[in-house]
Design a protein around this ligand. Structure first.
Ligand code: SF4
Length: 280
């Protein structure tokens, strides 16, 4: 059994929280640059240039690319031949978030109780998802998820008879309902199938894929392409000022589902797509 020190995990999470907030991923930068070439609206073009300039400033000055530094979500793939020693995995990650947000001067955005609303002051606790996988490594991804876009996410239990058309309509309707509130251009994560909980989980997990990558199954890739076309045909555009660039990508993940169900979850992500991964 390979041993991984809890403190190593804490240090990694601390670093990833800061890097995610300062450095917009190259896949997002590339997608923004590609969109700028396609965008016809002068206002939309200017907004895309501003977003790229904002990313440059964040990178060069080590400052957060958005004031909403997000809810920290840790995705852990833990090899079944690895064990965490010197502390618990949850505590190690939580401590890393507290250290990263404090040392990095990142805004603390989490309240301890949804009704009493007292700020925890260090952005803890994170949401932690753990999957056990073959091997002896620990793959750790930190996502810092803004609330403006998370708030525009939706879920529906469609009937199987509503099928593919129902899914397409629901995704496009979700983007239209969000308008400018999730700060488009967006990355739209769609979870199709599973149960109520699984659909929302795979919708969020789809956001871990490189922006603009496609599903390996041909019919899901086609669905992603159709959704991308239709979402961008809404005309919402960058920051809802109109234009062709409403989304940088649509990612769809699927899971088997019950004969009587067609769950669909849409997790909306903004262009401040903060995501960093390490392998320990
Ligand atoms: S939706 Fe995204 S870009 Fe807009 S304020 Fe929230 S984190 Fe920032």
């Amino acid at each position: 059994m390979r041993q991984i020190e809890a403190d190593t995990i804490t240090q990694a999470v601390e670093r990833l929280c800061m890097e995610a907030n300062y450095f917009l991923g190259q896949d997002v930068v590339d997608a923004l640059e590609q969109s700028l070439k396609r965008e016809e609206s002068p206002t939309g073009q200017q907004i895309l240039r501003d977003i790229l300039e904002n990313a440059r400033i964040g990178r060069e000055e080590l400052s957060p690319i958005c004031q909403d530094t997000g809810f920290t979500i840790a995705f852990v793939e833990l090899g079944q031949e690895a064990e965490v020693v010197g502390g618990s995995l949850d505590e190690a990650i939580t401590k890393g978030v507290a250290q990263g947000y404090t040392k990095g001067y990142l805004r603390a955005s989490i309240v301890q109780d949804p009704l009493r609303r007292i700020n925890t002051k260090d952005n803890t606790p994170p949401v932690i998802h753990v999957e056990v996988v073959p091997g002896d490594r620990l793959r750790l991804t930190v996502m810092c998820k803004g609330s403006g876009c998370e708030n525009m996410s939706r879920f529906a239990m469609l009937t199987p008879a509503q099928g593919r058309k129902g899914v397409v309509n629901f995704v496009v309707e979700t983007v239209l309902k969000g308008g400018g509130r999730p700060c488009p251009p967006l990355i739209v994560g769609v979870g199709l199938g599973g149960t109520f909980d699984q659909a929302t989980y795979i919708a969020k997990r789809s956001l871990l894929r490189p922006v603009g990558s496609h599903h390996t199954e041909a019919h899901i890739k086609e669905l992603e392409e159709e959704l991308f076309e239709k979402v961008n045909a809404t005309g919402v555009g960058p920051q809802a000022w109109g234009g062709r660039t409403t989304a940088l990508a649509v990612h769809v993940e699927t899971y088997p589902c019950h004969i009587a169900s067609l769950p669909v979850a849409v997790n909306i992500e903004c262009h401040s797509h903060r995501l960093k991964t390490t392998i320990l």
